[in-house]
Design a protein around this ligand. Structure first.
Ligand code: ZN
Length: 239
């Protein structure tokens, strides 16, 4: 079964639509959390994602902050302002969808966590030392994570590297891996294109993909909503 693997949409409807249009046919979707926060279209993104075929979805720290379920005092000023704005926008339907999600779960041969296996809400997985304690927290061969908005591959025990766009992995072959597909709605690896992954559960093949989207359109909506201007400017930098 072919899975679309996406994370960190962050209420960026143009980026989400571009990914859905560019992705090859797939029977299932793995969404790794942070559907809202930062961007101008939280309810539209929730409506689109909740209807995706074969959806398995996680909640992220920004979703939890917008719901008022974690304290946004732990966020920087811009993220906090966006969380407060998003909380005011969310419809009862959007709240009910997001509040039913967990930040990590086992799905057969795959483990999913928004941030990391040992701390699924907050840990930014970036460095080699974070490999061993996190591989110890799940039993599957493969774990998908989001949260950093940067495509990355951890190989057990402590290998870590940034993949090339278009690079493929053979996830059924050793070593065990923790894979981040990158962020849809706010990439931070200096490539402003939306990032996503395609995973074939039968063969174990995984491909890192990128697609351009209408960044100017999203930026205009961010400014019109009165969200911090920094949230618009960072999109064109991919930072
Ligand atoms: Zn995020």
């Amino acid at each position: 079964m072919r899975h679309l693997v996406i994370s960190d949409v962050h209420a960026n409807l143009e980026a989400l639509e571009a990914v859905l249009e560019a992705a090859p046919d797939h029977e299932a979707v793995l969404f790794l959390g942070d559907l809202v926060g930062y961007g101008p279209n939280p309810n539209e993104c929730v409506d689109l994602v909740r209807r995706l075929p074969g959806l398995t979805a996680l909640v992220g720290n920004h979703d939890l902050a917008a719901l008022g379920l974690i304290d946004s005092a732990d966020f920087n000023d811009v993220a906090r302002a966006a969380a407060l704005w998003t909380g005011e926008q969310l419809t009862d339907e959007s709240r009910s969808f997001l509040s039913g999600l967990k930040p990590a779960l086992s799905q057969g041969e795959i483990y999913l966590a928004h941030a990391s296996p040992r701390d699924p809400v907050w840990e930014y997985m970036e460095s080699p030392g974070q490999g061993p304690p996190n591989f110890a927290r799940f039993k599957q061969r493969t774990c998908f994570v989001g949260h950093t908005h940067i495509p990355r591959v951890f190989e057990e025990p402590s290998g870590v590297r940034i993949p090339r766009p278009g690079e493929s992995l053979a996830l059924h072959a050793p070593p065990r891996r923790i894979v981040n597909p990158g962020g849809v709605g706010q990439p931070r690896d200096h490539d402003p294109r939306a990032a996503y992954g395609i995973f074939d559960a039968e063969t174990g093949g995984f491909a890192f993909r990128r697609v351009p989207y209408d960044i100017a359109g999203t930026q205009q909506k961010i400014l019109a909503a009165g969200l911090p201007a920094a949230l618009a400017s960072r999109l064109e930098l991919g930072a």
